[in-house]
Every structure is written in structure tokens, then in C-alpha cells.
Ligand binder design. Structure first.
Ligand code: ISL
Ligand code: CA
Length: 560
């Protein structure tokens, strides 16, 4: 693997609307982010990805952009954004924006013009089809947020347009070179401003299998999961390669792809040397136990064995092909500690253990806001507390599948994207210190126990453990091993133990006793140093001999 500037970095995702509100309107903003840069620097963060802050009607919380060159006034101004980039740079940090170019907003000028004149230049920026006499849709694909991907083109009852997400997110026609040029122009414009790069949204969807055709239906609605179409769509590489050459490469931009449904053997093409992206997320644990049927059929609270098999499998698959990025959660997923640790075992120790396991894997660690203090899923007591479009759809999907309202609410609660979108918990004062006003989304009531201020003060807090993880990864003595060393499982068959080596200049061993019961583990050789322990100040610990005794949920990082 050719070494790159981003390989040894630690990244952090901010969901701006819920991070920190500087002016009391209940909505987090860019000034709020600027005021927390030192906090992030202290956490060992080098790269900050902002979920969208562009001008948007916020139908999908900013993933529906109506002007790619403007900042939404609710988040601040262009000057704020420039100030953020400048202040980050001063601290040796990089800012990433979200690149949402599979679709734009139906309020974007391009779509408005397409509605005015579907046969003109902007009609070809989208996928617009005439309605035929029988009223059949051009194809039976199901949009990600429910219902057909086709909707009537406003003002044109005889025409329909394609949207694989919400109907306020019309898909851009990437087959049209003018669209692609507009996208690259925008990317270069932002990189010129000194942006570090982008997180690339839902990118696999830009290549459609054409001409439009039906796939076998997989639910009673007669529609077919988009994944079926994506399997047959060939040639995305031409678009991505072009974007890389025309827009990213000249700036050495860091890019992280949100890539689902990747075909086998495409890994090197995507993230190998000279690949389309610098890296992409590993979604194997995220996707485990989910099906196209809906959240009612998805697994919650994965067992340690299931989590282990996901991470071991993907680490092996990736090997040295490229640099992956590892996550426990993001703005679309439940909180990692709620998803991967069973309720009865959720505590500081188990949360730190989970952090230590994923952070030391090969790849770039991404921390999602609040993860570093062990924020948990929300308990939703009524459907009216849910804001997210996907949750609203899944509530209906569960009821269509025969669940009653209470059951449907439970199902949606486990997966709702709002779990991760509740405001960041800064302190124990009103609204968790997120805002002086009324927060746009209810604060998780557990903020009086789980908050940054409390954890700042406590040496053994989750927050301080995250700082220690970052410090080890940055330590010149271990950096080469942790960034480029191989990852090899150890005692894989031992139930509720997650253990693996990182082998490079040094040999390191991660041991995680993922259960309440203590256990004894034999070491493969002598241990020369304990680098981390989640239950103890490791500097005061005695070096283990041939065996190490682990308490319930104890985590150790050893140098052999
Ligand atoms: O393909 C999926 C899972 O297999 C979908 O979950 C989909 O790719 C994913 O929802 C894409 O998410 C991103 O784009 C959406 C936006 O709502 C999400 O917040 C964003 O992360 C549309 O822009
Ligand atoms: Ca605000």
C-alpha cells in the first residue's frame, strides 16, 4: 500500500443540527462547531466530517440540497464555514463536507427549470419519463424510504421523475456529461476554499441499470428492492474514475465513500492505490441481520460472536487491498453501544471494551458525535417523538407486516435514525447544554448521567479512554504497527472473547473479555508492556506471565 497523509488519522463525524447551538434557536450550527474545536483536538481528532450544511429544505435533514454553493442560514453563513476551515487548519485539522450528488432537492434550480421545460437542457439533468396509456410505471423499483421511485413531475400529469430516496430528492442523471461537469465544478470550488475532502453519500446509486425494467417483487406492494437493480448496473467506474481524476486528485483530497452493495472484487478498484476513493466505510457489522424486508425482521443486540465474525471477516477480506474506515455508529444507525452490547451488560466497562476493539482494527477510526461518551439509544414513548423520514416509513412497513402500533413503535425505536440524532450531551444543565432555546429534537433524558462535563472530570471515564486510544495510535512507537501492521485473529473459537494481533514493527495483542464472567487467557509469548486496560491504570499493573486473568468486560492492549 502506498503511504498517504490520511492513513494515520482519526476522524470524527458531526451531525451539525444536533452538535452545539450557539444562538439559542434550538438548531446546532457552524459557530457552535468552531467553539468545540479544542474539545475535538483533545480527543485526538484530525479529520472532521460534517453532515450536510448546504442550503436545503431539510426534508431529509440536509441530504436534499437546493444550492451546493450556499450554507443554509440555519447552520450559519459562508463566512462561518470559511472560519471553521481556517480555525481547523490552525489546529492541524481537516474539514470534510458531505457530497450528496446522487440526487438534489426538488427545490434546486435545476429541478425547478426541469419542471418548467422538461424537454429543455435541465430536463436531461434528471430521469423524466412519459406516463404510458396503461399507467404502468417505467419500472417497479422501491424507493429507500418506501413506495415507488416514480412520482408525477410537478405541473406535468403526463410525466414522472425518478427518486430512489424521498420524493423531494430527485435523482441526477449521471449519464449526462453536463451533470457530471457541474458536480466536479462544485467539488473543485470547495477544495479551493481549503476543504480537506468529502464523505461521498449513497454513491453506488448513481449508476442505474438502463433501460428501466422490472425485477421480481419482494413484498406485497409488488415492488423490488433497489439492491436488485444495482446488482445488474455495470460501469459506475467510468463515472467515479472521472470524478477522481477531474476533481479529487488535483487537490489530494481525502474522500470516504458511503458504499453499499459493492460487487465482489471491486475493493481494489474503489480504495486500492489510485482507487476512486481514499477509503470507504466498513458496513459489515451494520448490515448484519438486516434484510430487504424491513426493520421488523432485523436483529438487535448482536451477540459478541456475531460482532466478532463480522469484523474478522471484513478485516480478512480487505487485508492489504486498501485502507478501510471503521465505525460503531453514524447518523443513520442506532447507537453502537445499544446495538452491540446487551442491555443488562451496558456499562462504562463494556462501552470502553467495544471502543477498544474497533479502534485498534486496521483502518481509520471514525467516531460519531456522542460515541466518545457512550451515548445510548433514545427511548421513544410515542410515535410523535420521531422526526426521521425513514422511521416514518418503517413504522408503516411494520404495520403492513402485521404488527400493531405498540409493536411497530418498539421496532422503529431500535433502529430509528433519530437515536443518533438526539442532541449532543455536553453537561447536566437544561437541554444537556446543547441549546438555551428549545431543541429541535428531544434530548435523551439520560443526559444528567451521560455528559461530557462529568466525564471530563473523571479520570476513568469513557471519554478519557477514547483519548487514550487516540494517544496510543499516535504514539510514534506504535503508529506504524497500528496503521500498517497486519491484523490476525487469536483464539477465534473462544466464545465471548475478541482477541487479535496487530503485527508490524511491533507485535501487539488486543484481548477483550466480552462477558460478565472472568476468564483466563493463555498468552502466545511473553508480554513486555501493558499499553491499555479499561479497568485499571495500566502503569500500575504487574506484567502477566504465560497466562492473563481477565475480569468481566476487561479489555487489554498488550505489547508482546
Ligand atoms: O443502501 C442502503 C442500505 O443497504 C441505504 O441505507 C442507503 O444507502 C443509505 O440510507 C444512504 O444514506 C445516505 O443517503 C441518504 C440519507 O438519508 C442518509 O442520511 C445518508 O447517510 C440520502 O441522501
Ligand atoms: Ca443555532
Amino acid at each position: 500500500m502506498k503511504k498517504q497523509w490520511w492513513h494515520d488519522k482519526t476522524a470524527y463525524q458531526i451531525y451539525p443540527k444536533s452538535f452545539y447551538d450557539s444562538n439559542g434557536d434550538g438548531i446546532g450550527d457552524i459557530s457552535g462547531i468552531i467553539s468545540k474545536l479544542d474539545y475535538l483536538k483533545d480527543l485526538g481528532v484530525d479529520i472532521i466530517w460534517l453532515s450536510p450544511v448546504y442550503q436545503s429544505p431539510l426534508a431529509d435533514q440536509g441530504y436534499d440540497i437546493s444550492d451546493y454553493y450556499k450554507i443554509d442560514p440555519r447552520f450559519g453563513t459562508m463566512e462561518d464555514m470559511e472560519e471553521l476551515i481556517r480555525q481547523a487548519k490552525e489546529r492541524d485539522m481537516y474539514i470534510l463536507m458531505d457530497l450528496v450528488v446522487n440526487h438534489c432537492s426538488d427545490e434546486h434550480e435545476w429541478f425547478q427549470k426541469a419542471c418548467q421545460d422538461p424537454d429543455g437542457k435541465y430536463g436531461n439533468f434528471f430521469y423524466i419519463k412519459d406516463r404510458n396509456e396503461s399507467g404502468d410505471l417505467p419500472c417497479n423499483w422501491r424507493s429507500y424510504f418506501g413506495g415507488p421511485v416514480w412520482d408525477e413531475l410537478p405541473g406535468h400529469p403526463d410525466k414522472q421523475y425518478l427518486h430512489v430516496f424521498h420524493k423531494k430528492q430527485p435523482d441526477l442523471n449521471w449519464e449526462n456529461p453536463e451533470v457530471r461537469e457541474e458536480v466536479y465544478k462544485n467539488i473543485r470550488w470547495w477544495l479551493e476554499k481549503g476543504l480537506g475532502g468529502f464523505r461521498i453519500d449513497a454513491i453506488i446509486n448513481i449508476k442505474k441499470k438502463l433501460p428501466f425494467s422490472d425485477y421480481p417483487s419482494d413484498r406485497e406492494d409488488g415492488l423490488s428492492d433497489i439492491g436488485n437493480m444495482l446488482l445488474g448496473a455495470e460501469g459506475i467506474g467510468e463515472f467515479l474514475g472521472e470524478m477522481q481524476r477531474e476533481a479529487f486528485a488535483p487537490y489530494q483530497a481525502f474522500t470516504v465513500g458511503e458504499v453499499f452493495n459493492l460487487k465482489e472484487n471491486q475493493l481494489t478498484e474503489f480504495i486500492g492505490d489510485g482507487g476512486y476513493f481514499s477509503t470507504m466505510f466498513d458496513f459489515e457489522p451494520t448490515l448484519f441481520g438486516k434484510s430487504g424486508k424491513g426493520w421488523h425482521e432485523a436483529r438487535t443486540e448482536l451477540t459478541p460472536e456475531e460482532y466478532k465474525s463480522c469484523i474478522f471477516h471484513s478485516q480478512k477480506k480487505i487485508g492489504d487491498a486498501g485502507m478501510i474506515s471503521n465505525i460503531l455508529e453514524n447518523h443513520d444507525e442506532p447507537r453502537g453501544v445499544s446495538h452491540y452490547i446487551r442491555r443488562s451488560d451496558r456499562c462504562d466497562a463494556s462501552k470502553k471494551l467495544l471502543a477498544g476493539v474497533y479502534y485498534m482494527l486496521k483502518g481509520i477510526p471514525f467516531i460519531y458525535q456522542g460515541q466518545e461518551i457512550g451515548m445510548e439509544n433514545m427511548v421513544f414513548s410515542s410515535f410523535s417523538q420521531i422526526d426521521d423520514v425513514e422511521s416514518i416509513n418503517q413504522y408503516k412497513v411494520a404495520q403492513d407486516a402485521g404488527y400493531d402500533e405498540d409493536e411497530a413503535l418498539k421496532i422503529v425505536s431500535a433502529f430509528s435514525r433519530d437515536n443518533a440524532r438526539t442532541p449532543m450531551q455536553w453537561n447536566a444543565s437544561r437541554n444537556a447544554g446543547f441549546t438555551d432555546g428549545t431543541p429541535w429534537l428531544k434530548v435523551n433524558p439520560n443526559y444528567s448521567e451521560i455528559n461530557v462535563e462529568e466525564q471530563e472530570k473523571r479520570e476513568d471515564s469513557i471519554l478519557n479512554f477514547y483519548r487514550k486510544l487516540a494517544a496510543v495510535r499516535k504514539d510514534p512507537a506504535y503508529k506504524e504497527t497500528l496503521v500498517y501492521g497486519s491484523m490476525e485473529p487469536y483464539l477465534k473459537e473462544e466464545k465471548n472473547l475478541i482477541a487479535y494481533f496487530r503485527k508490524g514493527e511491533k507485535t501487539l495483542l488486543v484481548l477483550a473479555n466480552f462477558q460478565k464472567k472472568p476468564r483466563c487467557v493463555s498468552l502466545p509469548g511473553g508480554c513486555s508492556r501493558i499499553l491499555l486496560d479499561n479497568l485499571e491504570d495500566c502503569r500500575q499493573m504487574e506484567l502477566p506471565g504465560a497466562k492473563v486473568q481477565l475480569r468481566g468486560y476487561e479489555y487489554m492492549l498488550l505489547e508482546l
